[in-house]
Design a protein around this ligand. Sequence first.
Ligand SMILES: [Mg+2]
Length: 321
Amino acid sequence: MRNVRVFEEAWPLHTPFVIARGSRSEAKVVVVELEQDGVKGVGECTPYPRYGESIASVMAQIVSIGEQLERGLTRDALAELLPAGAARNAVDCALWELEAGLANATIPAMLHQTLAKTITTAQTVVIGTPEQMAASAKALFEGGARLLKVKLDDRLIAERMVAIRAAAPEATLIVDANESWHGEGLAARCQLLADLNVAMLEQPLPATDDSALENFIHPLPICADESCHTRESLPALHGRYDMVNIKLDKTGGLTEALALAQEARAQGFALMLGCMLCTSRAISAALPLTPQVTFADLDGPTWLAVDAEPALHFTTGQLHL
Ligand SMILES: [Mg+2]
């Protein structure tokens, strides 16, 4: 028998996280702990209201499979019980850790991987005035970040981006509009970003209304985030997106994330690895994806006032393993 614990945690941020959908002051996560034969496996997820999830709904999903978990549920069987999403992610990652622990191995070793000692991560510039965003970009670049992820909404696109580019002329810039733009004017905005040497644009249009992406040749790569959850999302992305942003909270864990990465690459998509506001536990679980991705955006824990232990070692723009 396994012991199963499910609980919620709230981790205050040191600075409000402002994106097109709103502002956050804490990371609310759900944690699953499994214990078997003296070995523990821990998984964390961040329920996301955009996908119809709350702390309560995700905890209820996990509790609903509590007996199966106690009796030794496997990852393969889990995929049949819970849909892709945060709840399955926490359980899947806990099962991976438990499997590794029971085999006296690490997860990268189970996957025959050696991870890089240093991983470049994007650092996020959240929405503010053009001056605030430029100052943030400058400070991050001077602190050592070389990849900046700029959050935008539907306002002041040129003002913000011109100010940021002037403040960090050497930085690699990627932009995330979080579904806040419209088909009208989209091609001109993409050209503006390309002219400012922006390396990629993430999810400009709503996932439910992104057909306008087919109507022009992209002057910079466009990445699907809200439009890409699992392998099942891929057929609809052809002709609209060039890259997919893989997040374990969308795929429902590492198992499907690895399968999505393989299938997306086979279909010609480049890969990005993203995260929600989370602790180092969730980033550790995603690390096996890092060798395959063009951009890693793993700065979630750097927004926390205090991280969970054992905390990963971040410096500005880098994760040191
Ligand atoms: Mg995004």
